[in-house]
Write a protein that binds this ligand. Structure first.
Ligand code: ZN
Length: 647
């Protein structure tokens, strides 16, 4: 080869290398995913090669995570099942293959991290060929085994959980992703705000990237909403296939005829009927447009209304889901958060005692109205009195406050407890003349009377289940724990099978249910209300019931401001009474399996509300206190020093 030819060949090679380098630099995350990513049945309904065109909304989101993009922070407030998690896994594949820098994935808990690793990350490590090759045979196996660290040439991937701050305290990375942001603890260790903590991990790299993704929770309390609003708030605008006008897809414009099992979309501009089969084409032509273009941080909103056909719920699926839950605020919240990707508007701060008091129905304190088929009691322990709420249960999630009683007296003395025992065991006659027993009771064992509560619960004279209970400080996903805590032990340390134990109550969960329904009852017909109140409850009762309000910042219920809200026993005892009905051995409204049993209340109604008997309802308040102390109340209970907290 001549010298000239050698030179030119070298030049060509150099040019090619520099071109390769340049194109390598310019590779975007979506290009990488289209070239390399393979989906398996483990993580996706659709298997085979990743195609960004299949879910085109994700293209801009992924590409703003590319190394050459000037975007530093990407926030995605989303519904579940819209592919954002897969897009974030594509980013990790891109980083391992292409952008060799340290990267961290932060999940809300170590458990969430482990699940995500197995379901989402491991398929990338084993089934996407170039990643498997990079990690090499044995290393790839190690990588799927290791929970915390994955080494790759030029970089390292840390996997951490928000409940374990030590696992990432000192790490510095260029790329960081936080999934499920709203499930993180509000304060992480001493570092505080999870978002600030993430920012501090990447600050050593000026050209860092942060990805925050989550379904939102409660408006004002949601971290992802806060970050979304701090960004430029992009929505995906799609063109109507008929008139061509661009618009954001909104839930209010999804229409349905459930009889015909059809759902469609009505064009906002000209009322054109858009059928679901138009959707994929509309998505391909869609563009992200910021609401607040002057903000530099990127933030995106995605709702499941945009889910590509076959990759998420259809409009009809969403309608079916909505129709199932729209009357139930707790489930409706899940729909708004997880399907529409929007924060839930909490209503509790708008509740007022006199508005609830006005709902008092056509039955009196201490009497059982038609429809009420079971009773539970919640008891609060103070130094000088016991407070009791008797809660009624019936079909369709309906509840009645049946009684509200204070037994006054020194709670270190047995007399007060004897009265409580008498009260809890006395049957009450319902409006059909049938006797009803209280099904179960829960007594607050925190406070100053732990020993007395234990002694009372362990009395052998009880003929109904009575549980010692305590509010659990951490948020629980249920009303009452499935197993007891602090169980009694034998002298040799063996757990006693039928010994004393304390049942944790998911107080936040219970209060969500109570307050959400008190709020939703405002718009319900009286016969549909979830919480019903008798004639004759004192104003103080309603003040106490509303003694707390949800604090979006603290993410929990806090005392309402004002002296009238000082007494919180009406709320606490309602929580205990509602929770104990869901104890695993009580399970009101449910079958043996613990699942809702539609025949449960029908069977009870046959016994307690016999056909042919006219119910006798007493609309007049029952006299409560006579001669200042001993009282005969409604002719059914006699309690020495006790009084109803009545008018
Ligand atoms: Zn149109």
């Amino acid at each position: 080869m001549s010298e000239l030819a050698q030179l030119s060949e070298r030049a060509i090679m150099a040019a090619a290398a520099s071109h390769a380098l340049r194109s390598r630099e310019r590779l975007s995350v979506s290009q990488w995913a289209d070239a390399h990513r393979v989906l398996t049945s483990k993580q996706s309904g659709e298997t085979g090669r990743w195609r960004t065109n299949r879910n085109p909304m994700l293209r801009e989101i992924m590409d703003s995570l590319s190394v050459h993009s000037p975007v530093r922070e990407v926030v995605v407030m989303k519904s579940s099942q819209v592919g954002v998690t897969e897009a974030s896994v594509n980013w990790l594949g891109y980083i391992i293959d292409h952008a060799h820098y340290p990267v961290m994935v932060l999940m809300p808990t170590l458990e969430a991290r482990d699940t995500w690793k197995i379901q989402k990350l491991n398929p990338l490590l084993t089934d996407t060929v170039c990643i498997r090759d990079i990690l090499g045979g044995i290393r790839s196996r190690d990588a799927t085994m290791s929970k915390e660290v994955i080494d790759f040439p030029g970089g390292i991937l840390f996997l951490a959980g928000g409940n374990s701050p030590n696992s990432y305290a000192q790490k510095s990375v260029r790329f960081l992703m936080m999934d499920d942001l709203d499930r993180f603890p509000i304060e992480i260790g001493e570092e505080g705000d999870p978002v600030e903590l993430a920012r501090s991990r990447v600050k050593a790299f000026p050209r860092h990237k942060l990805l925050f993704a989550s379904t939102p929770t409660i408006r004002g309390a949601s971290l992802i909403e806060r970050e979304y609003l701090a960004g430029d708030q992009r929505h995906y605008h799609v063109a109507c296939p008929h008139c061509g006008e661009r618009q954001i897809l909104k839930w209010a414009n999804v229409k349905t005829n459930l009889l015909l099992n059809e759902a469609w979309y009505v064009c906002e501009h000209n009322g054109c009927v858009i059928e679901e089969h138009h959707k994929n084409g509309m998505l391909l032509g869609g563009i992200w447009i910021p609401d607040v273009p002057e903000k530099t941080r990127r933030s995106y909103h995605i709702s499941a209304i945009y889910a590509p056909i076959g990759l998420g719920p259809s409009w009809l699926d969403l309608m079916h889901h909505f129709k199932r839950v729209y009357k139930e605020p707790v489930q409706l919240k899940t729909f708004i958060n997880s399907d529409l990707g929007e924060p839930w508007e909490d209503q509790t701060d708008k509740l007022r005692p006199h508005d609830i008091a006005r709902r008092a129905g056509e039955y009196s304190l201490g009497t059982i109205p038609p429809g009420c088929l079971a009773l539970t009691a919640g008891v609060d322990t103070q130094d000088k009195w016991l407070a009791i709420t008797l809660l009624g249960w019936g079909a369709n999630n309906r509840h009645w406050i049946i009684d509200w009683v204070e037994i006054q007296g020194d709670t270190t003395s047995p007399e007060v407890w004897n009265e409580l025992e008498a009260y809890l065991h006395k049957p009450i006659t319902n409006s059909y003349g049938q006797q009803m027993k209280i099904r179960a009771a829960a007594i607050d064992s925190r406070g100053h009377r732990t020993e007395q509560v234990k002694n009372f619960v362990m009395r052998t004279s009880h003929r109904i289940p009575i549980y010692s209970a305590q509010g659990h400080t951490a948020r629980m996903g249920r009303a009452i724990a499935q197993t007891g805590s602090y169980p009694g032990k034998t002298s040799s340390g063996k757990t006693l099978k039928h010994g004393y134990c304390v049942w944790n109550i998911g107080t936040e969960y219970c209060k969500d249910f109570i307050f959400a329904n008190l709020a939703a009852d405002t718009d319900r017909q009286p016969e549909e209300r979830v919480f019903n109140f008798p004639q004759g409850l004192a104003d103080e009762y309603y003040d106490g019931l509303l003694s707390e309000v949800y604090d979006p910042e603290k993410k929990r219920y806090i005392p309402r401001v004002g002296a009238r809200y000082k007494r919180n026993e009406p709320l606490d005892t309602a929580v205990y009474a509602w929770a104990v009905g869901q104890h695993r051995d009580i399970n009101l409204g449910r079958g043996r399996t613990g699942r809702p049993d539609p025949k449960y209340w029908e069977r009870l109604a046959v016994l307690l509300e016999p056909v042919g008997i006219e119910p006798r309802v007493n609309p007049e308040p029952v006299p409560v206190i006579e001669n200042g102390e001993a009282s005969v109340v409604g002719g059914r209970i006699k309690l020495g020093q006790s009084k109803r907290f009545g008018k």
